[in-house]
Write a protein that binds this ligand. Structure first.
Ligand SMILES: CC(=O)N[C@H]1[C@@H](OP(=O)(O)OP(=O)(O)OC[C@H]2O[C@@H](n3ccc(=O)[nH]c3=O)[C@H](O)[C@@H]2O)O[C@H](CO)[C@@H](O)[C@@H]1O
Ligand SMILES: C=C(OP(=O)(O)O)C(=O)O
Length: 429
């Protein structure tokens, strides 16, 4: 087991290149299953979720070459093997195997997904979508079996705005007979990215980025080349880090429009945020005003950034309230931040944060991916050394975290079990 060590208190400055989006990558790789010839995907982030998906595709008979940030996938000889357990449990996005395999083979046997433990994460809307398209879906103790002789396009109204259900239905419906309309669809940029690759493969999808998506099914999808959009959640995390360390960080390879809700909240606190076509500069301040945050589907404030933002709010004088309307119990980071001296508590679906608190380094645990990101933000602000265990959660979503932070001036390194923490920072630096 690895531990992340951070010696806090440095002002972080410089530039950082943002990687390709995790939540696009983990949908685009399963989407490649639908092609009948090789695909090339560029700007892939080197993160754990991507590596696990590669192994899953290889288990299914795909030929995958992965060098740097580019992946070639040849799905022409894939087999439809049941995947009830094992790797599918290690990430959330394995649920996209359901839509992709159903679209390609008319059948999928896939275990229920894993992913961050951030409260209940049902997939009833995915199932509703597959059933509406004509699939028979059964759940045998967590082993999902989906089967359809012929998927047929239809009108599907999502009861909740769901990123995963919208994408999964798009994957299956691309190969259905006739037209599918998804109403109350999610509008996240990653959905637009998935539709872009599917359309390049020969699909006919319109309306993405609005809440009504129209998919005209086609018989055949072929290989194509696609470059993944930048990761707005990784970018948002570095913006928060700039503000938290009173730093001055310029993010390269970003789409500022995808981050409007985050820029707005940072400005409301008093940070300086400057945008150009494909970069964002954040200049932190020594004093901040409190802000309230309410997470919402895109273009609202992303739930995936409320945890790191909560750590930053310990620097604002007074009471800030962070309400998560998407995952109402996504607050496992609060107890860990309290171990570092934060004055915060959970009330219903909100975290109430009293500032200003000077955080202190402590031994803490990354309970999930963005809880881990919150602890990194806190560790960078804290006095002394912060030791974050269960780093594998953080590795699901942040490429080269230590390297990027080190280049901005942070003192951060990784330790294996049994290593002497007195050796810092030799291991990484
Ligand atoms: C791999 C990936 O892209 N993960 C993202 C995706 O997760 P994911 O796709 O799992 O999240 P959804 O958008 O589906 O979930 C949104 C809300 O709808 C609920 N729901 C969802 C599906 C369903 O069938 N029934 C249902 O009730 C969920 O419990 C949640 O309250 O979007 C989330 C919300 O932006 C992000 O936090 C995750 O980072
Ligand atoms: C919740 C997240 O990921 P996943 O849906 O893959 O668990 C996240 O990226 O913050």
């Amino acid at each position: 087991m690895e531990t992340l060590m951070i010696k806090g208190g440095e002002r972080l400055t410089g530039t950082v290149a943002i990687s390709g989006a995790k939540n696009s990558a983990v949908a685009l790789i399963p989407a490649a299953i639908l092609a009948d010839s090789p695909m090339k995907i560029e700007n892939l982030p080197d993160i754990r979720d991507v590596r696990i998906l590669v192994e899953i595709l290889q288990d299914l008979g795909a030929k995958v070459d992965y060098h740097g940030d580019t992946m070639w996938i040849d799905p022409s000889n894939m087999i439809n093997k049941p995947m009830p357990n094992g790797k599918v449990k290690e990430l959330r996005a394995s649920y996209y195997l359901m839509g992709a395999l159903l679209g390609k083979f008319g059948e999928a046997i896939v275990g229920l997904p894993g992913g961050c433990n951030i409260g209940p994460r049902p997939i009833d809307q995915h199932i509703k979508g597959f059933e509406s398209l004509g699939a028979n879906v059964t759940n045998d103790s967590g082993k999902m079996h989906l089967k359809a002789d012929q998927l047929v396009g239809t009108r599907i109204f999502l009861d909740v705005v769901s990123v995963g259900a919208t994408i999964n239905i798009m994957l299956a419906a691309s190969k259905a007979k006739g037209i599918t309309i998804i109403e109350n669809a999610a509008k996240e940029p990653e959905i637009v990215d998935v539709a872009t690759i599917l359309n390049s493969m020969g699909a006919r999808i319109t309306g993405v980025g609005t809440d009504i998506i129209r998919i005209q099914g086609v018989d055949k999808l072929t290989g194509c080349k696609h470059s993944i959009i930048p990761d707005r959640i990784e970018a948002g995390t570095y913006m928060i880090i700039a503000a938290a360390t009173e730093g001055d960080i310029t993010l390269l390879n970003v789409i500022p429009k995808h981050l409007e809700s985050v820029s707005a909240k940072l400005r409301e606190m008093g940070a300086i945020v400057e945008e150009s076509d494909d970069s964002i500069r954040v200049v932190g301040q020594s004093e901040y005003k409190t802000v309230d945050i309410k997470t919402l589907p895109y273009p609202g404030f992303p739930t995936d950034l409320q945890q790191p933002f909560s750590a930053l709010l310990t620097k604002a004088k007074g009471t800030s309230i962070v309400t998560d309307n998407i995952y109402t119990s996504r607050f496992r980071h609060i107890d860990e931040l309290r171990r570092m001296g934060a004055n915060m508590k959970v009330e219903g679906r909100s975290a109430v944060i009293e500032g200003i608190t000077q955080l202190q380094g402590a031994k803490v645990k990354a309970t999930d991916l963005r809880a881990g990101a919150a602890l990194v933000v806190a560790g960078l602000m804290a006095e002394g050394i912060t030791q974050i265990s269960d780093v594998h959660h953080i590795d699901r979503g942040y490429e080269n975290l230590e390297k990027k932070l080190h280049s901005l001036g942070a003192t951060i390194w990784r330790m294996n079990d049994g290593e002497d923490e007195g050796d810092w920072p030799g291991l990484y630096l």
